[in-house]
Design a protein around this ligand. Sequence first.
Ligand code: SF4
Ligand code: SF4
Ligand code: ZN
Length: 666
Amino acid sequence: MAKAPYLGRLKLHWCIHDNFPVLDSPTCPKCQNSTIKFNVTPPGDIRPAFERDLARIRSTINSTFGEGLGQLLLPHDNIYILNRTPGIDLSEEIIANGHIYGRFIYNVFKERFEFHPRAVGAQLLLHFAAQKNIPLKHTINMHEDSVPFILEGKSILAPGIAEFDSSIENEDICIVRNDNRYLTLAISHVDGSTIKKMVETGYGKVAKNLKNQRSSLSIPEFLSTIKKQSWENVYEVNKTHMDNIVEESTRFIQKTIQKYPTNAIAVAYSGGKDSLCTLLLVFHAIGPKFHIFFADTGLELPETIENTHEVAKLLGMQEHVHIRNAYDKFWDLIDHFGPPGRDYRFCCHGLKAQRINEIIDDVAPGEKVLSFLGQRRYESFSRAAEERVYVNSFIPQQIAAAPIKNWNAMEVWLYILHYPHIVENKRVKVPVNEMYYHEFERIGCYLCPASDLATLKGLREVHPEMMKRWDNWLENYAVKQHLPRDYIKYGLWRFKHLDTQWKNSFEKQGIEYGSFGFETPSLIQFNTNQTDTLITGKINLPVHINELENLLQALPGETFNSNSVLRYISRQLEFQLDKSGDFSIHPQTTEKTISKFLNQILALLLKTENCANCGVCEDICPQNIIRIKKMVTHYIPVMVPSVESPCIHCLKCISHCPLHQKIKEN
Ligand code: SF4
Ligand code: SF4
Ligand SMILES: [Zn+2]
């Protein structure tokens, strides 16, 4: 498992006496007993398990360990909590009755969901299987005389095995037992047919003992003390905590409005739980005196659009909703930029931020807007590091504020589903995006590169027609780029750079990832005879001299254009480029500055060749001196500075352009 990041406090405690989760308190508000601090894996963004989540988990347990065991382990009349843990794909701890029963994961290599029990979960499975006479799978039964060795933590060796499940595959988690006595959990080194041979020959190491999963818990005693709980009870016992965080966020909303007086207050709604929670908080704090912004990227799910209208209707705010749609723009952009990635979010900028900019131009032209967003620290490092009030440079007119920055997902859900929301003197039930009931934990564009493969697999079932368009595009892209099938199988389009977790996983599986398209050919070749005073080489891109001359105005030096040779002179260097791409630099500066400069030149050349008309540079320029010109077959950005509006060389038109971001780390 990857190293777990601490993004915020781990708030989960448990009252053993009452058997419910207590948030952020060392004593139980109901019985006053001490609670135990629950060490879930960080970041600790715990959430309630919904019935559809549980249905999928139960059916996975049934198919892995034995029909009927899913329901016995996780019966309907109780509450369960899920905690997302780091991993290359879906990986969630299942918390029940004060214990972590196991982990539910999507195995991207075997393309299936798996349940990896922890000691308590495994003991319960063994107990129920024996009680209900259910043949237990994924189990190894040891001879009596090998028990002491197993309990000492020794490996599972073939001579000690009395029985085993022949469906065991390499790297499966197996329950190791002596008849009905639980001993430990183990990871198999080999599959069932090899175990058979090893047992026959009486030689071989079958599985690794997961020593820390031995347990002395008495299951009958544990089961006799379980009190079944409901989410209503959980809310009631955590009411004071919830009132406190609601009050804190409400005060934050009111204070921020006082501190940043504007004519326009808004909530940026996305159809997800976090923005819904924020919308409700702002509604209760100031009444319906704000706009609801909805940036439709053209990749929204129909359930999301429907939910936006339902929520606005519930609050009597239909007139306050501003929707701007990017329609098919995504499909134009990917033809220029390639697929979006977790580390290449041109879609957020070119689709979402652009639409918000358009809405702001409509509702408050030339003014600042104070927007409340549903961003939370538990989501990512970058979210955790952001200030609670900040300006996103892609939406310069917006002051963004995050009232629920410190909330975890469980608090968000308790607030949405159980807090008494009063509208026009009546308690109302808040409509939640239908997709949450289809095991979707994050609601966003259906092609969000942040999605895991488990989510994309689910989407293919719920919205096959939408995913088909994407799958077709991706197939064509892979063919054009000569990418192997594994590029699609592992959803590698979601990354511009392959991270260490993925590299390690591929290496462990013996999968060669060199041909997956992460090594891009360099756009610059340097000649071998470099000196301290002269660097020469060739840029492997078409050079449009006149267009480049225009865009070079963004840089602070002077440009000269004669006979198809461009010269640029600044305090730090002299640069010369001809139509064939040959260039020379006389540097009076560091290597780092030269490399940054050459990257800027590449970005400018790409702009003249492959502009996608995303509109980001036009929008972002503080001097408003960029126009996107439509040519016969393509677009190009053109700078039109004047004496009144000169270029201030802020370089935002370069740094924010997706073409620059694509080559940034080349
Ligand atoms: S964004 Fe900055 S560098 Fe680019 S044209 Fe505008 S003022 Fe000049
Ligand atoms: S040049 Fe401007 S419009 Fe064209 S791709 Fe870059 S940011 Fe988008
Ligand atoms: Zn209690």
